[in-house]
Write a protein that binds this ligand. Structure first.
Ligand code: NDP
Ligand code: HEM
Length: 498
């Protein structure tokens, strides 16, 4: 017989009966003094917290980053300090638009959020499975997300809203070409790449800054679903990603990614024909080749999904000495947005939760607030700064080199003189004919029922990428309409008994 512990209230008192409420007589009613019942019901009412406003549905696991190549001439970050160095990581994947209960195998961009528990504090790289994004100015982010979420009246997702927004935002062309291509619907998280997407910076011991992009290349190979395959998968299971990721790791199949960086010397930023801080652009590999850095491996499932994956808080504001930000406007907005979201979603002391806690001692002078549970510093007189009692002090040796900035403060039109067509064209040129046909068919399905003037506006953008691109989408729309017409005729005939 297993020696079972005695069940207790949350205050630790033993429970005598967990089967029968306390009632006045065997037929009830229940007594208000049955605190055990009240506590159970009250706790149940508090089991849900706000879901992430975006990227609500997610799957995650823990693992390791192992450095295989020396890049310490670019960055002083200790995570990259020597070949063979290992750092613990957490990686959470997600879809963007769906809510917590959404099906996994939906066409959408996937989040690729990394937390590196480094010896200099947590470094978070909160990226996606695409190297670019839909918009390049953060003022447009809430509008864009509104078009992806539910319509306020119908409470349904609206194809019209999506295409209305995209057709008036040509900077989205690069990202939607990816989204509606094969890689827009991976089979499971192991079969897709991750990208830091933004331009970040590296800085070294000599105080030299380099611009950097991060890439995580799947070593499992790319595997994707067509729309038709995904419909079947969702019919059988809405949790196909959780099953594949959790199940794989549980069986000892540990997915891996090759970590690469592209490095741009600081002054090159003035010379590139594109703005290297524009999130809708990649840096062509021919100009800035990939440099291998290490391997990322996932090898441990969370023991408690809610505590370790749902309560995980990733923020682009979390950088460590040797890694910095860039003038990318989107990145600048994200430096604010995430920690703000965490204080709302998880509470003031979210960084003290075990999953978010740095694996190094923290010494700050923030004080109190809801659910403060951390002990005082051992030196309790040093609760302000500066103090004369040996409290923690700043360290000027980790000062980031100055960020060069130019120009007047203004609201500059980011669409003026910006080439939104060449890089989507380069991507489209990578697709073979069958892939292009699937791209066009995916567009046709996603555009079904959208008003003509919006479609015309979008087709004009596709035309500027390439006339064949627009022609392909038009042909796919005509085929879809023809098929629907035929299907209507068949069902009319069937109901007429023909
Ligand atoms: P390259 O030929 O050197 O690189 C092509 C890149 O495209 C590779 O990273 C490859 O990723 C990726 N790729 C290949 N097939 C597909 C596909 N079916 N869907 C999405 N991505 C694919 O060319 P450039 O660097 O000059 O870039 C050309 C275009 O490739 C860009 O405009 C961009 O759209 C796309 N791309 C570029 C990236 C970059 O950082 N330069 C990154 C990702 C895409 P993989 O190695 O995984 O096959
Ligand atoms: C999640 C805001 C752009 C990737 C979130 C969350 C917010 C947010 C508020 C929820 C955070 C939480 O509750 O924990 C923004 C804003 C953006 C922006 C304001 C632009 C101005 C981007 C971009 C990327 C990205 C460009 C990728 C390159 C993610 C990911 C998550 C996320 C992966 C989920 C993180 C996790 O797994 O917990 N975003 N976002 N976002 N965002 Fe963004």
């Amino acid at each position: 017989m297993v020696d079972k512990p005695t069940m207790t209230t949350s205050a630790g008192a033993p429970i005598s009966d967990n089967q029968n409420s306390q009632t006045a007589g065997p037929r009830g009613p229940v007594l208000l003094q049955d605190f055990h019942l009240l506590e159970k019901l009250a706790h149940q009412n508090r089991e849900r917290i706000p879901e992430r406003v975006v990227h609500a549905k997610g799957w995650g696991a823990f693992g390791t980053l192992t450095i295989t190549h020396d890049i310490s001439k670019y960055t002083r970050a200790k995570v990259f300090s020597e070949v063979g160095k290992k750092t613990d990581i957490l990686l959470r994947f997600s879809t963007v638009a769906g809510e917590m209960g959404a099906a996994d195998a939906e066409r959408d961009v996937r989040g690729f959020a990394l937390k590196f528990y480094t010896e200099e504090g947590n470094w978070d790289l909160v990226g996606n499975n695409t190297p670019v994004f839909f918009v390049r100015d953060p003022l447009k982010f809430p509008d864009f997300i509104h078009t992806q979420k539910r319509h306020p009246k119908t409470n349904l997702r609206s194809k019209t809203a999506m295409w209305d927004f995209w057709s008036q935002s040509p900077e989205s062309l690069h990202q939607i070409t990816t989204l509606f291509s094969d890689r827009g619907l991976p089979v499971a998280p192991m079969y897709m790449n991750g990208y830091g997407s933004h331009t970040y910076s590296f800085w070294n011991d000599a105080g030299e800054r380099y611009w950097v992009k991060f890439h995580f290349k799947t070593l499992q190979g790319h595997r994707t679903h067509t729309n038709a395959e995904a419909e079947k998968v969702i019919g059988a299971s809405r949790e196909s990603y959780q099953e594949a990721l959790y199940g794989g790791i549980d069986r000892g199949e540990f997915p891996k990614w090759r970590v690469e960086v592209q490095i741009m010397p600081e002054m090159d930023a003035d010379k590139t024909p594109y703005n290297p801080f524009d999130l809708t652009k990649v840096w062509p590999h021919a100009d800035y080749p990939q440099i291998e850095v290490g391997v990322l491996e996932l090898n441990r499932n969370a023991d408690n999904y809610f505590a370790e994956i749902e309560q995980a808080a990733f923020s682009p504001s979390n950088v460590v000495p040797g890694i910095g930000h860039s003038p990318d406007k989107m990145l600048q907005a994200r430096i604010f947005s995430y920690a703000d979201a965490h204080r709302y979603r998880l509470g003031t002391h979210y960084e003290a939760l075990p999953v978010n806690q740095p694996k190094v001692p923290v010494h700050h002078y923030h004080k109190d607030g809801a659910m403060r549970f951390m002990p005082n510093n051992p030196n309790s007189d040093a609760y302000y700064e500066p103090n004369s009692f040996g409290g923690a002090v700043e360290d000027s040796s980790v000062k980031e080199p100055p960020l060069r900035l130019t120009g007047d403060a203004d609201r500059f039109n980011h669409r003026e003189g910006n080439d939104d067509y060449s890089q989507p064209r380069a991507l489209w040129n990578l697709f073979d004919d069958d892939h292009k046909r699937r791209l066009y068919a995916n567009y046709a399905a996603a555009m079904d029922g959208v008003p003509d003037e919006i479609i015309a506006r979008q087709l004009a953008h596709f035309e500027k990428i390439h006339p064949d691109y627009a022609a392909g989408v038009k042909a796919a729309r005509a085929e879809l309409a023809g098929n629907a017409h035929k299907a209507d005729a068949i069902s009319d005939n069937e109901s007429a008994g023909v």
